[in-house]
Write a protein that binds this ligand. Structure first.
Ligand code: ATP
Length: 222
């Protein structure tokens, strides 16, 4: 894993895209997004719930409910933004389309970064138009306790080709590099675990914000 040495002089701060099902959003997502803004020069984190997830089964909550939970969770956090752009598109949510749309908003020079956990990164070889992903954005791959499965040869090859070396900065270019990061706080929390606890009438308090939990209770989700 490369040691990241921030080199922010006269460079544009990063725009981050953190996509997911967020079914529901939890402190694993939220604390990761926040810590990224504290250790890197970041101007905004777009948290983008998907409409129809492509690589998994149907979510327990509707897209609107998942967006509402995300909005509640980031309501008072200046750099975190619940972005509904995937809900405006019909059909499956391909990350590459979301990045195309962010690239249009911010222009060709803006350093743009897609953030994903190690588990999601392992599936990258199967993603739609994956060669285009690295033309549109950098990737930050977060260590995720409990989800550190082995990488395939294809994933190892991607790392060999694109991973940042010590001293290089993500905002030195608009796209095309991969940074693996282990953030100061890591949480072995998953939405699957939260849904299972709720289905068994067990408490999920302290795994996600109380505002989100209140919404789950009001709407009788999961
Ligand atoms: P599920 O258990 O339903 O699959 P999840 O908890 O993995 O959900 P997603 O919405 O699928 O959450 O994840 C969105 C993104 O957040 C993915 O890139 C995933 O790797 C990352 N992520 C999820 N939980 C964590 C965590 N605890 N720490 C770091 N990254 C996480």
């Amino acid at each position: 894993m490369a040691k990241y040495v921030p080199n922010t002089a006269k460079k544009q701060p990063l725009v981050l895209m953190f996509g997911g099902t967020f079914d529901p959003v939890h402190y694993g997502h939220l604390r990761s997004a926040l810590e990224l803004t504290q250790i890197l020069p970041v101007q905004k984190v777009h948290l983008v719930p998907c409409q129809l997830p492509v690589h998994r089964s149907k979510p327990g909550a509707t897209a609107e409910q998942r967006l509402t939970m995300l909005r509640l969770a980031v309501a008072d956090e200046a750099f975190l933004f619940a972005d509904d752009r995937e809900l405006q598109r019909a059909g499956p949510s391909w990350s590459v389309d979301t990045l195309e749309s962010l690239r249009q908003d911010y222009g060709p020079q803006q350093p743009l970064v897609m953030v994903l956990g190690w588990d999601a990164f392992l599936g990258l070889p199967n993603w739609s138009r994956r060669e285009r992903l690295l033309e549109l954005a950098h990737l930050i791959v977060l260590a995720r306790p409990g989800q550190m499965h082995e990488a395939s040869d294809e994933v190892l090859q991607l790392l060999k080709q694109y991973e940042l070396q010590a001293g290089e900065a993500l905002n030195a270019s608009p796209a095309g590099r991969i940074l693996r990061l282990s953030l100061p706080s890591t949480f072995e929390i998953s939405a699957t675990h939260i849904r299972r606890l709720l289905a068994n009438n067990l408490s999920v308090r302290y795994l996600l914000p109380d505002t989100v939990l209140n919404f789950i209770n009001e709407q009788a989700l999961y």
